[in-house]
Every structure is written in C-alpha cells, then in structure tokens.
Design a binder for this molecule. Structure first.
Ligand SMILES: C[S@@+](CC[C@H](N)C(=O)[O-])C[C@H]1O[C@@H](n2cnc3c(N)ncnc32)[C@H](O)[C@@H]1O
Length: 425
C-alpha cells in the first residue's frame, strides 16, 4: 500500500492555495502570474498572518511533494549546476535593461547590442525563458516576463542577483576545497571566498581593496535589511527602549547604514544614537541620508569593532547580524573590545539568529536555517548559533557578562533579541 502522505500533502496544498486565492479575491487583488504586468509580490504587507502562513505552507509542501514524486535518484539529479548561468549573464550584460518594458526586441538586436554571438544569446535567453525569466512571444523575439521586468526595474534586486552569481556562486563552489585545505578553520581568510579570489584576506579586508565590489556588497546588505523578517521597525518593540534614561545613548556596533537607529530615533526622542561601521564609504553615505528631524540625535563614526570601544558609558551597545559573521574566536574579541567602555549596568543587546535545536523545525524551516548558516561558512568561516552556543560565547568573552535573557523578535522568523548586562565594577 503506498503511503498516504503524498495525498495528505496535495490536500493541504489545495486547501491552503484556496485560502490564498479567496484572500486575493476578497481584496480584489490580482492572482499570481508570469505576465509582465503581474504584481511583483503576491501578498500585500498588511496580509493577515494566517494567510501568510498558508502561503508559506503551499511553497514548503510543494517542495516536499515534488521531492517525493521525483524519488531519490531524480531528486538528487534535479539540482542543476548550470541553473545560474543565464542569471549571471543577465546581470553581466544587463539583458533585462535591453528589453523595453511593454515592448519587444529581437535576439539578433540583443546580440548586436551586447557584442555576444547570436548562438550564445539564443541559448542564454532560452535557458532563462525556461526559468520564466523573459518570454519568447514569437521565434527570435524577446519580451519581458514578470521576473525579467523585476530585474529591469528593481535595481536592488538586480544587484542582489549580480552579487549571488558573481560572488557567492564561485565562493560556494570552492568551500569544500577550503575545508580540505584548512581543516576546522574559524579564520575569515581561509574560506571558499578566499580560495575563489586567490587571496589570503578576509572578505571585509578584500572588499576594502575593491571599492566596486564593496559597494555592491553594501547595497546587498541594505536590500536584505529591508526584507520583512529583518525590517528595522521590528527592533522598536524588541527591547524596552523607552525605559532607558533621558539623554541615554545607544551605540549600534557594525550598524552599517543606520536604518535601525533612524527608526529608534524617530520613536524614542529621549535617546541619542551612535552608528559605527568600519566601512568608511558606507558611513559617509549614510551620514547624508539622515532624516532632518532626527539628525541631531544620530551620529555616525568609522570604528573597527576589534579595537577598544571609544564611546564610553553608553546604556546599550547594540549588535545586529554582526556576531554571526564571525567564528567564536573573533566574536569573543568583538565582545571584549566593548569592555573598556562599559559602565556597570550597560547592556549588550544582540539582535541575531538563534538556531532552533535540530529536530525541532519543519523541513522547510530547517532548509532556510541551514542555507543561511552555510552562507556565513562560505564567506567568513562563521555561522549561526543555538541558544546554548550564545550563552557559552558570552561566558567565554568574560564572566562579568551576565546573560539576562533571550526571546524571538516579534514579526521575524529568524532573529532573536539576547540581552547581556555588564557586571564589572
Ligand atoms: C551583516 S552586516 C549588519 C549590518 C547592520 N547591523 C544591520 O543589521 O543591517 C555586518 C556589518 O559589519 C560591518 N563590519 C565588518 N567588519 C567590521 C569591523 N571590523 N568593524 C566594524 N564594522 C565591521 C560591515 O561593514 C557590515 O556593515
């Protein structure tokens, strides 16, 4: 008797798809489509949470059903090494920008405009079209699909794909080689990224010698920060900021463009903020982006978080998505560099990923967790931590870091808030 699991999955997919469909109908929203004029996201930001869950369940269950239906051999073979070739070409040759929105062009024109051979252009486009990027309304004619239009119109998305295909892809390929060459390493310059780039520098050091690539990386960070589960506005309710004293100071260590502090400054007028980052162009650019109404209470500073913290006696030192970029050896150094500045009662607020214990997640959540962790391995020989790892990290940094608790950040699927208090006299 075959397992009824596939039938259960298909029924659940049908039920949840119906929920999403009914929601779209009730809001008079268009349904999903590959059409050039289709909406770029299916659900609006104010969608009811149970519809968001139903939507996620459809995606996750379809993946499981597909794997089961393929069977193990076909499943293993279904990962195609060349899936990203046409995406890399699209960003490298700006193919999405070369096709008019609402219009058409020909393969021959694209070949002439890009300088690529007509055969290569045809093969690249048809590979992309097989992935629903572009359409071929008539043989040899190309027009936009929803996805290629998104690449043409959304510079941040285009930049993200360019980063994924130009940086991550090669670094990922070389990661097993790096693991073989540097067994068990937690060094950020002994990674797949370092091997791929034939360098003995870490990613951040390497990028500081390559301003264009640094700018692309910084833009990816900005883009990722805007994803709903990482939204700076979620930090507002993640800690009792209102309980900090009048004139209190929050230092955002490795704070990049300062988007979190902009949000906090708007909501908590009694507080002052210092945003620190090593990346000077980012800091200088961020300074020009300060909204006028909070400009007096948010300052930016170039600071290397491995050096002693220069802003003394702040109430909170905030580290968001920073420590997961570093192995324990380096994370301990970052925490210890805060010590000279701390006053008794200063809090270290860490806003970062906490990995649920193995076996406690759905398959889909597990995949997302492992994918994000692997990205840190590829780039930095670092990774995400379980709660016990975090507690051990604070203890290893200094016994006077008192762990005061941790909780998932409301609205985020991955980030938690961990609070540590400095007990030093
Ligand atoms: C993953 S990003 C997180 C940025 C920000 N906290 C956020 O949540 O959007 C890590 C940040 O650490 C910064 N960084 C890397 N090495 C640093 C160092 N040695 N000192 C200070 N900042 C550093 C990077 O420039 C980057 O902005």
């Amino acid at each position: 008797m075959p397992s009824s699991h596939i039938v259960e999955l298909s029924i659940r997919i049908a039920q949840n798809t119906t929920k999403v469909h009914d929601f779209l109908v009730s809001r008079n929203l268009p349904g999903p489509s590959f059409d050039e004029n289709a909406p770029q996201t299916l659900l609006p930001p104010d969608t009811d949470p149970d519809i968001v869950l139903a939507h996620r369940a459809v995606i996750d269950d379809c993946r499981e059903l597909r794997m089961l239906m393929l069977g193990p051999r076909e499943h293993v073979m279904s990962y195609q090494a060349n899936d990203l070739v046409s995406q890399k070409a699209i960003t490298q040759f700006r193919l999405a920008h070369a096709v008019p929105i609402g219009g058409e062009t020909t393969f021959a024109d694209l070949a002439a405009n890009t300088g690529l051979g007509p055969t290569h252009i045809r093969k690249l486009l048809r590979h992309a079209i097989a992935h629903k990027i572009f359409r071929e309304p008539r043989p040899g004619v190309v027009a936009h699909s929803a996805a290629s239009r998104a690449l043409a119109e959304d510079a941040e998305l285009h930049n993200w794909v360019e980063y994924a295909t130009h940086e991550l892809w090669l670094a990922a390929y070389h990661t097993p080689d790096a693991m073989q060459k540097f067994p068990g390493s937690g060094e950020p310059n002994e990674t797949g990224f370092a091997v791929a780039n034939n360098t003995d520098k870490s990613l951040f050091a390497f990028f500081s010698d390559h301003p264009d690539r640094l700018a692309r990386f910084a833009a990816v960070m900005r883009f990722v920060t805007k994803r709903p589960e990482l939204g700076p506005e979620l930090v507002v309710d993640a800690f009792p900021w209102a309980s900090l004293p009048e004139g209190g100071t929050v230092v955002d260590v490795g704070g990049s463009h300062g988007l979190v502090c902009f949000e906090l400054a708007r909501r908590f007028p009694q507080l002052h903020f210092v945003v620190q980052d090593l990346d000077e162009p980012v800091v200088r650019h961020a300074e020009t982006q300060k909204p006028a109404e909070i400009a007096g209470r948010v300052s930016f500073m170039v600071h290397d978080f491995f050096e002693p913290q220069p802003v003394r006696d702040a109430d909170v030192y905030f580290l968001r998505a920073v420590l997961h970029n570093w192995s324990d050896t380096y994370a301990v150094k970052i925490l210890r560099a805060l010590i000279p500045a701390l006053k008794p009662g200063s809090r270290i607020v860490v806003n970062d990923v906490v990995v649920p214990e193995p076996g406690s997640m759905s398959d889909a959540q597990d995949l997302r967790t492992r994918t994000s962790d692997m990205t840190q391995v590829i780039l930095q020989n670092a990774g995400d931590r379980e709660l016990a790892d975090w507690m051990a990290l604070f203890k290893a940094a200094d016994e006077r870091f008192l762990f005061r608790g941790a909780s998932p950040m409301q609205g985020s699927t991955r980030l938690w808030v961990l609070v540590v208090e400095w007990d030093g006299a």
